[in-house]
Design a binder for this molecule. Structure first.
Ligand code: SF4
Length: 354
């Protein structure tokens, strides 16, 4: 049973630790809800070192919520290119239009209104509410789950409904109501810098005397999860079709990964296949009978891991006329301004340099 004294102790130790830390991040020096929102969305699933450059690019190109709303989806995806999780960029764009249309261009100021924005979940709403408006909402992200789980010795799986509710209550109890922004920043920084997932710095941790995981030597066991992520393998066969100084691309439209991004024309197979099996599949897809099978040659393979999928990409140069209704012919220069999945981007960069 965790008593009130434990929450106060945790809070005080944490805040004292934080006073000595200064990460000097640009979004920490503002209480502009727009900038905080952009930074929080970027930092989901992205390390600070990588996220910082994207944050600056986004703010440079779209300094206000209206600039973002006025941009085209292609422009937004192009700035986001390489960061992955493109649904986040599309949601940002959509939500910026919501702010213009439904909130008269004024950024929502309450937690409940923030939750109405597309892509703004419990974590992001709490982060904006506390950092921009100093409202008493505790953030709960991977760092916070880990810190609370270890310090208080909580072994309820963090991916279960009951676990999410329990940790959310604990975070709220720990919150320093007089300084929600400071507390939220402190616990997130503590998880990112001190109580890290792989090698927490327990030896020099000012919380170790009161930390259950440290004192019971169960740091590696916490936090717990009930499910393992299932990773689905997918086999993408990309058609590289050059014409003059242009290359054939298509825009992904399905309700699938990378929606709205540009990529090479694609044939997907259910399992890994040889080049000769691919040529059979290619002929079947385009209803053609090829005389010279040397018109198709595999020139590269690449793979990309997503959270729930492993993409195996094969790239085939196609030396024949092919009619693709949705083809968009783009030059090397135009390619630079398009959002393209990383696996295709990596291939094109290599291939276009040759
Ligand atoms: S002692 Fe170790 S496990 Fe406990 S809070 Fe500090 S860094 Fe985390």
């Amino acid at each position: 049973m965790i008593n009130n004294y434990s929450y106060i102790k945790f809070r005080n130790l944490l805040m004292t630790w934080h006073e000595e830390i200064d990460r000097g991040l640009p979004w920490k020096e503002t209480n502009d809800p727009y900038r905080i929102w952009i930074s929080e969305i970027i930092l989901q699933q992205t390390r600070v070192a990588q996220g910082r450059a994207y944050y600056e690019r986004m703010i440079d190109h779209f300094p206000t919520v209206r600039d973002l709303a006025d941009a085209s989806e292609d422009q937004v995806l192009s700035i986001w290119k390489g960061l992955g999780y493109y649904a986040r960029a599309r949601n940002l764009h959509y939500a910026s239009k919501q702010i213009i249309d439904e909130f008269n261009g004024v950024f929502p100021t309450t937690y409940n209104d923030l939750r109405l924005l597309k892509g703004v979940g419990l974590y992001t709403a709490a982060a904006i509410a506390s950092f921009a408006y100093n409202l008493p909402y505790a953030v709960l992200d991977g760092n916070v789950f880990r810190v609370l789980s270890r310090f208080f010795g909580l072994d309820t799986p963090i991916d279960s409904t009951i676990g999410k509710k329990l940790f959310s209550e604990q975070a709220q109890r720990c919150l320093d109501k007089s300084d929600p922004a400071g507390f939220n920043q402190a616990i997130m920084d503590f998880g990112a810098l001190q109580c890290t997932a792989q090698s927490p710095s327990c030896d020099i941790c000012p919380l170790k005397e009161n930390c259950v995981a440290f004192n019971e030597n169960i740091i590696d066991l916490l936090p717990t999860k009930s499910k393992k992520i299932k990773v689905r393998s997918r086999y993408f066969h990309y058609l590289v079709i050059p014409k003059g100084n242009q290359i054939c691309l298509i825009k992904r439209k399905d309700r699938d990964i990378w929606q709205g991004l540009y990529e090479l024309p694609l044939i997907e197979s259910e399992k890994s296949i040889s080049t000769s099996q691919f040529i059979d599949l290619f002929q079947e897809t385009f209803s053609i009978n090829m005389v010279d099978k040397r018109s198709i040659k595999k020139i590269s393979t690449k793979k990309q891991r997503l959270t729930h999928q492993m993409i195996y990409g094969n790239f085939y140069i196609i030396n024949m006329d092919l009619s693709i209704k949705t083809a968009r012919w783009k030059s090397k220069e135009e390619l630079k301004h398009l959002g393209v999945p990383k696996i295709v981007d990596d291939f094109l960069k290599e291939w276009l340099q040759e």
